[in-house]
Write a protein that binds this ligand. Structure first.
Ligand code: ADP
Length: 483
């Protein structure tokens, strides 16, 4: 196995800072890659949480003026992750969510903040840190999108580059006047095969256009984003680059998500003996003020509340939940209007609908352990992680037939394969309601439900094999560049 060195660039990394699935991937992939002979170091911004946890990190470089203020590059490790941290206080020393203000609006200087991150990634790519000169720079989402762009516009020898899309909806679009502030030549802003995007610039588009390889987090999403609708403005570019585009499914951290050792759930259980799920269900019902009943199928949701996640459709399907004598426990935060409507639904249906607004890792584990089914009715879903956790905890996924949900769940009606859940299409409230009715019927056929649980529990949701696909991608890229 040829050893490979990869610099990953990510704006969030679990367990240090997380707003979504990107952090999970950035936190788990480096560790899983070790078994495949890949040494990955991850570059991230020095947010307050990062600086606190890496208090002993070593300073590698400092700059009196880095994008308008002093800056330092640090190296340290945390929880098995080898990190480079870009400490630029005037850009990153802001508490809370990494992208938005306390009022929930994007920081006005996000373009500069993440250009600064990509700039140093490109420099490390070219040997800024002699002890770690990467073979490949792997950028995640728009926040890392300029890393391949800087390497391209700088000219000269460079490492291979990979751009991974976790969500096409976030494209890092800015006015072209930003170019001079972030050290890119103004001709780049007119480069239709580079930074230029509908009269402005887009960090994601630049990365997708200029990276050697593009990946996304499921094969079906890789296909969907090549359409005009799924590509959200970038479908044409992705069709053109389809020969270097592939989908590699996400895994989950099977140590963190292990019902046998999970410290966050009330009663631990093994995949051979699911009896304690009922005890977790009772605790979950209590926490969500739901009627205590073993017979009512309990539906769980753990999600950002956004249009993407299709949770407005679930609101429309509440009459079906009620007349099928099901219960709902929803944990989520995001869109104000959806938060209000769910809270109103809980008030109107005490004992049947329970809602917790917020972000709560502990409660997320309990929902996986105690709910009978886990709902993911997304309009689009690059991969989705909660349905993978559900498979591991014996909660049956009920999902829309899109993106990674299509690739990771086997519908009860699919011939020749062991079913693990329920999939519906099109993504409408009616189709969702239909699959709730089907799930309800299956729930009351104990043997059928057990079969679904067993095949879910037998599904490999770990990173082991998926990391191998990334390792093969890096090696293939290195070989083709040598040739
Ligand atoms: P996305 O990245 O689009 O938000 P994913 O399903 O890929 O969706 O990843 C979401 C991750 O965030 C999962 O690990 C999920 O458990 C977690 N999560 C989402 N919302 C919450 C919440 N309100 N509380 C706790 N964990 C949450």
């Amino acid at each position: 196995m040829t050893p490979v060195r990869v610099l990953a660039v990510a704006s969030e990394v679990y367990p240090i800072i997380k707003t979504g699935g990107l952090a999970d991937v950035a936190g788990a992939l480096p560790i899983a890659l070790k078994a495949h002979g890949v040494e990955m170091r991850t570059l991230m911004p020095g947010y307050p949480d990062v600086m606190r946890r890496l208090a002993g990190a070593a300073e590698l470089r400092s700059w009196p003026d880095y994008f308008g203020g002093s800056g330092r590059l640090l190296a340290g490790s945390h929880d098995g992750l080898d990190l480079f941290v870009l400490d630029v206080p005037h850009l990153y020393a802001r508490p809370g969510n990494p992208y938005v203000t306390a009022e929930g609006v994007d920081w006005p200087d996000n373009g500069v903040r993440f250009a600064a991150l990509s700039r140093v990634a490109a420099d490390i790519g070219r040997g800024l840190v002699p002890a770690f000169v990467p073979d490949v720079v792997h950028a995640h989402d728009w926040q890392g999108g300029l890393a391949p762009a800087y390497l391209h516009y700088d000219g000269g020898p460079r490492p291979g580059t990979v751009m991974t899309i976790h969500n096409m909806a976030y494209q890092g679009k800015f006015d072209r006047s930003l170019a001079s502030a972030i050290g890119l030549p103004s001709h780049a802003t007119f480069d239709v095969h580079g930074l230029e995007y509908f009269g402005g610039i887009s960090f994601l588009k630049a990365g997708l256009q200029l990276a050697d390889r593009i990946t996304t987090v499921s094969p079906t999403y890789a296909h969907e984003i090549q359409s005009d609708e799924g590509g959200m403005g970038l479908g044409g570019l992705l069709r053109e680059r389809s020969s270097v585009l592939s989908g590699i499914l996400n895994g989950i951290d099977v140590e963190v998500w292990n019902p046998q050792t999970d410290p966050h759930i009330a009663y631990r259980f093994s995949s051979e003996d699911l009896a304690f799920r009922a005890a977790n269900k009772a605790v979950l019902q209590q926490q969500f003020n739901l009627d205590s009943s073993d017979e009512a199928p309990l539906l769980g949701v753990i999600s950002r509340l956004s249009w993407q996640k299709g949770l407005d459709l679930l609101l429309e399907a509440i009459p079906t939940i009620l007349d099928q004598r099901m219960q709902l426990a929803l944990l989520g935060s995001g869109d104000r209007d959806l938060q209000d409507r769910y809270q109103a639904a809980a008030r109107a249906n005490p004992g049947r609908i329970g809602v917790t607004i917020g972000y709560d890792e502990v409660l997320a584990h309990l929902i996986q352990a105690g709910s009978d089914a886990l709902l993911v009715p997304s309009r689009f879903e690059p991969c989705g992680l909660t349905q993978l956790c559900a498979l591991r905890y014996g909660a049956i996924p009920i999902v829309s037939r899109v993106g990674g949900l299509e690739d990771t769940i086997v519908d009860i009606g699919e011939a020749g394969r062991e079913a693990t859940g329920f999939k519906f299409a099109p993504v409408t409230a009616d189709a969702l309601a239909g699959s709730l009715r089907k799930a309800n019927a299956a729930f009351h056929d104990k043997a059928a439900w057990r079969r679904l649980q067993r095949s879910g529990l037998a599904t490999d949701v770990s990173w082991r094999n998926r990391a191998g696909e990334y390792a093969a991608l890096y090696r293939g890229l290195m070989a083709s560049r040598r040739a």
